[in-house]
Write a protein of this length. Structure first.
Length: 147
């Protein structure tokens, strides 16, 4: 597994251990992690704290030029909201652990010039598959489905 994706998986597992949804993310600037996050909607009673949003928040303010040198890693394909943040800050590359259990607007990101690399990592796939099977109402809430 990619070393940075592995760190995103660590975040996902922390989220699961906290009673949340196991999705993790890291932001890499010039080859080093500057932000980490996990889906903390349950833990923080938040409507918006997806892993990518938590990661960006934890990275703190970066300059526009720094964002353009970043790579965002996420264990799961980013949703519409998180993809919007990627576009807003012009993050040029996103590495996705998997898009089997959920696929966000990857084609739209690509159409806007973002390089999207999908690894379909077996561990990421199984982690989400197991969670969704055990927690369908919570999963549906997270992705805005009626379920």
């Amino acid at each position: 597994m990619d070393e940075f994706l592995s760190e995103a998986v660590v975040e996902a597992r922390k989220g699961l251990d906290e009673g949340g949804i196991p999705i993790g993310s890291v932001l890499v600037l010039d080859g080093r992690i500057v932000g980490r996050g996990r889906n903390r909607r349950v833990q923080n009673n938040s409507p918006t704290l997806h892993a990518e949003m938590d990661c960006l928040e934890n990275a703190g303010r970066l300059t526009a030029e720094e964002y353009r040198r970043c790579i965002l890693y996420s264990t799961l394909s980013p949703c519409d909201m998180c993809s919007g943040a990627i576009l807003l800050y012009k993050i040029p590359k996103v590495v996705v652990g998997e898009n089997v259990n959920f696929q966000g607007p990857e084609d739209y990101l690509r159409s806007r010039g973002v390089e999207v690399v999908v690894l379909n990592d077996k561990e990421c796939i199984q982690l989400m598959r197991d969670f969704i099977a055990l927690n369908p109402p919570l999963w549906n809430e997270d992705v805005g489905e009626l379920g």
